[in-house]
Design a binder for this molecule. Structure first.
Ligand code: C5P
Length: 229
């Protein structure tokens, strides 16, 4: 069985960065599942779907025409059909739209097979909201990464600024709070720490500390596979 590290948590907890660094360190595949929900929301806008068109969004989810590329500078580029959406994908508005379409079971099941197909040798690091609870419920290591809401808003702010996007900290905090509320209270696949997940609160930790902690957990869980790293 392919080893899987599932990293779940709310927005701004640092899980995307941590997952990417661990995948690089181990040479494993990486699944940024949030990007898929963001892409469904963007595809919906591009196709002119009404915001409440569940079936339309579910059809787009099942047939998402997306390519993840890395350019010559090592920067990720995301293509939706023929057009580049890298920048638009990361905007807070897209995150907000993603969290609305992600509440529909039809959209979630449309993305399930695509997400599971990422589990290929030598291993997978998957980040999202339901990696440990649903998509990879038998993952060998499940981490639930969290941080205080203020800290998460500050991190997201820095991250978005760093990407050249215009943001306002107060508006961002309110959006994060609303997204948390929607993600934790939705009927399907709510954001929860499953009982077998290890909860890591990153509020007082640096990214390097968190990565170090997850790597030592991975070494315990997958001794044969990570010994050489
Ligand atoms: O992590 P990211 O901010 O990219 O996720 C955008 C939205 O997609 C989240 O707010 C959440 O509603 C949804 N999502 C989800 N399940 C996942 C990953 C993301 O519902 N596994």
């Amino acid at each position: 069985m392919v080893p899987v590290i599932a990293i779940d948590g709310p927005g701004g907890s640092g899980k995307g960065t941590v997952a990417r660094l661990i995948a690089q360190k181990f040479g494993w595949h990486l699944l940024d599942s949030g990007a898929l929900y963001r892409l469904v929301a963007l595809a919906g806008l591009r196709h002119g779907l009404a915001a409440n068109d569940v079936d339309g969004h579910a059809r787009l989810a099942a047939a998402l025409d997306v390519t993840f590329e890395v350019d010559a500078q090592g920067e990720e580029r995301v293509m939706l059909a023929e057009s580049e959406v890298t920048r638009e994908l990361r905007g807070e508005q897209t995150g907000e739209a993603a969290s609305r379409v992600a509440a529909w079971p039809e959209v979630r099941s449309g993305l399930l097979g695509r997400q599971r197909a990422f589990a290929r040798a030598p291993g997978l690091v998957a980040d999202g909201r339901d990696m440990g609870s649903i998509v990879f419920c038998d993952a060998g290591l499940k981490v639930f990464l969290t941080a205080s809401p203020q800290d998460r808003a500050r991190r997201r702010y820095k991250q978005l600024k760093g990407k050249g996007l215009s943001v306002n900290l107060a508006a961002l905090s309110a959006e994060i709070a609303e997204r948390d509320r929607r993600d934790t209270t939705r009927f399907v696949a709510p954001l929860i720490a499953v009982p077998d997940a290890i909860v890591v609160d990153s509020t007082a930790l640096s990214i390097e500390d968190v990565v170090g902690r997850v790597i030592s957990l991975a070494r315990e869980r997958f001794p044969g596979l990570t010994r050489q790293i």
